[in-house]
Ligand binder design. Sequence first.
Ligand code: NAP
Length: 330
Amino acid sequence: MKAIQIVAETGPEQALALVELPDPEPAHALTPGEGVVVDVHAAGVSFPELLQTRGQYQLKPPLPFVPGSEVAGVVRSAPPGAAVSPGERVAAFCALGGWAETAVAPAFFTFPLPEELDFAQGAALILNYHTAYFALVLRGRLEQGEWVLVHGAGGGVGTAALQVARGMGARTIAVVSTEAKREVAIQAGADHVVMVEDGWREQATEISGGGVDIVLDPVGGDRFTDSLRSLREDGRLLVVGFTGGAIPEVKVNRLLLRNISVVGAGWGAYVMGKPDLNREIGAAIARLIEGGFIRPVVGGRFPFERAGEALLALDERRATGKVVLAVREG
Ligand SMILES: NC(=O)c1ccc[n+]([C@@H]2O[C@H](COP(=O)([O-])OP(=O)(O)OC[C@H]3O[C@@H](n4cnc5c(N)ncnc54)[C@H](OP(=O)(O)O)[C@@H]3O)[C@@H](O)[C@H]2O)c1
């Protein structure tokens, strides 16, 4: 099979090589001795892969290795008891090995791909949407009618969070940095969109009538303190990522004085050893797809062999929605 390997930790432009490898065994490290084998049609491109080209991600296999945390494709084989069967269209989270014509995922991380979604959308489904649901609903205790402000709202996690929040009955405010990302946030169903450089906090406070209930923050950096200021009483700031570079610090007297919370939301570490929780989140996502709320926005489709360019789009803040690699036709 064809696969993309990371062969050096020299950044997205030089670290990748297109290689020919034997097909993988039907076994995954998280479920030793068994796994769902998937013929990959589309593979997701995300920050972990970008960081791995620089040796900066926590998951650090020895070089060379095939990166790729999630895929969509058709099941070739499945272990007994799996909820999917050969020939079925699926979305699967494999953590590694997804940038290949054939990949292996744990059965508990493999979900039927509904007809409403194409393979590219399927490759956008697990990392971002499961994270969005986990952060908003399980960690953030989102309630119907609440106001949710989403930073980086034109990106992968951001567009997913807008759709999940809306599906759970929330009202949303998207914060973005460019006109192109404004369009993407609107396409993702944002109720309101404000520009970062345009007094976003004042606008959000006005739109929400005094403050938002939840801020979902994949960006971090210098807008963190203003995010705290934009919360109303009982508000929750969900820490999801740090694309802005700096990891913010909080003076906890702000939390005491305003009765607000900062909540960490690290999906992978929380769900990895909990098959039942993954199935529960997968079922909730399936309901939101069925209800028409979830339609992943695919902003960039790159041929398999141009994976480096796909990573550069993320690195240079140009990516919109989810970036995917087309591995097979269809
Ligand atoms: N906690 C978890 O479990 C979890 C799960 C998945 C992903 N994540 C993390 O969430 C973050 C977002 O991932 P994503 O896939 O949504 O990325 P993405 O599609 O590239 O979107 C990230 C957004 O961050 C904003 N941003 C601000 N400064 C940036 C910079 N210097 N470089 C790049 N982007 C910048 C951009 O929005 P504007 O230009 O509009 O500001 C961009 O659209 C990553 O850090 C990822 O590792 C965390």
